[in-house]
Design a protein around this ligand. Structure first.
Ligand code: UD1
Length: 338
């Protein structure tokens, strides 16, 4: 069995990835500082897979705590890094904290890996690196635009750090550029659990439908798109999670073609905010209370992925439909209500 360290493994994407890894017979060590997650997720993972992953609470942005992880778990052969602060708006108010946390985690992990001869690193990156794209769909060689937030900049800088670290020949890295993950595991035992008022669309929709929020504000309805609302490449979180297993397999099977690789992880199809709302209403039978409001500062008008490279190289493709995304998100919200 191969052992993989999953940082931020109790978070939204991390927990779904741990489930997929364990179901493909990887042994998983989760490290999480619980800043935006809950230790109960461990039991949910256990229930779904029948295996309880190893878990250590630690802050990887601190070099000594990071070193301790590798001292305790000497069998680690690869790392998947989800540990990061991720609120775009907050990052503009707290740039120093965002750079310190998100980049120190990567530097500390790399330092330990290089010292111990651990080669494989998968980084959660984001389509935010492309900014507002000039041509669609965006390809991996589309230009990287100047970041509009410290959060986005940490994603770009993380890729640069990994590119140069890979140039030494001591590590091999892969950045997966996620589009917009939504939805939840079919068991409804794990899902997105935002702290406080959600920033992102899908949890705002489900919390509004559940009566936790009074109404959803759709940010802008006069964008130059068919229905006037923004367009995103929404991807089911389980499809996204599976891409990480494929990425790790590629390393272990020596399938990677360069020391640093990067892939778009999306469906290749864009849906508007209104289309997501309609899908939610259709699949759940719940009428959503929403109003149109002003545009949100910094929003990209439209973006969706060219998925050819992931499909050719990783032999990975997203399989789940928008309806499966919205209905599973609702199932999870209902599970939370108990
Ligand atoms: C945002 C970040 C992105 C980050 C991702 C992860 C920006 C510009 N981008 O993506 O970098 O990787 O979150 O969390 O912040 N919307 C509403 N009402 C709401 C919430 C959202 O209309 O209450 C709309 C937004 O205007 C947008 C779409 O829904 O058009 C998707 O928004 P969201 O879920 O926040 O994702 P992104 O902004 O695409």
């Amino acid at each position: 069995m191969r052992t993989v360290l999953v940082t931020g493994g109790l978070g939204y994407i991390g927990s779904h990835t741990v489930v997929e890894l364990q179901q493909k017979d990887y042994e998983v060590v989760i490290v999480d500082n619980l800043s935006n997650s809950n230790e109960k997720v461990l039991d949910s993972i256990w229930k779904i897979t029948g295996v309880k992953p190893h878990f250590l609470k630690a802050d990887l942005s601190l070099a000594d705590q990071c070193a301790k992880v590798f001292e305790l778990f000497t069998e680690i052969e690869g790392v998947i890094n989800f540990a990061a602060f991720k609120a775009v708006g907050e990052s503009c108010d707290k740039p120093v904290e965002y750079y310190r946390n998100n980049l120190n985690i990567i530097l500390n992990l790399l330092e330990q890996m290089i010292a111990r001869g651990i080669e494989y690193f998968v980084q959660s990156s984001s389509c935010t690196v492309y900014g507002e794209p000039e041509t669609l769909p965006v390809r991996e060689d589309s230009p990287i635009q100047r970041a509009t937030s410290p959060y986005g900049n940490t994603k770009q800088m993380a890729e640069d750090i990994l590119r140069f670290a890979s140039d030494t020949g001591k590590v091999k890295a892969m950045a997966l550029r996620y589009f917009n993950p939504i939805g939840a595991h079919e068991s409804a035992l794990i899902g997105e659990l935002p702290n406080g008022v959600p920033n992102n669309l899908m949890p705002y929709i489900t919390q509004t439908a559940a009566g936790i929020r009074e109404r959803l504000t759709v940010f802008g309805n006069d964008y130059p798109t068919p229905d006037g609302t923004c367009i995103r490449d929404f991807i089911h979180v389980v499809d996204l999670a599976k891409a990480h297993v494929v990425a790790m397999d590629r390393f272990f099977e020596h399938g990677n073609k360069a020391a640093f690789e990067y892939f778009n992880i999306g469906t290749g199809r864009g849906y508007s905010v209104l289309e997501v709302i309609r899908s939610f209403e259709k699949t759940t039978g719940v009428k959503l209370n929403y109003v149109f409001g002003p545009k949100r500062h910094g929003d990209i008008i439209r973006i969706w992925a060219d998925t050819a490279l992931a499909s050719e190289e990783l032999k990975w493709k997203a399989e789940k439909s928008l309806d499966q995304m919205t209905s599973s998100a609702w199932k999870w919200q209902l599970h939370l209500k108990g």
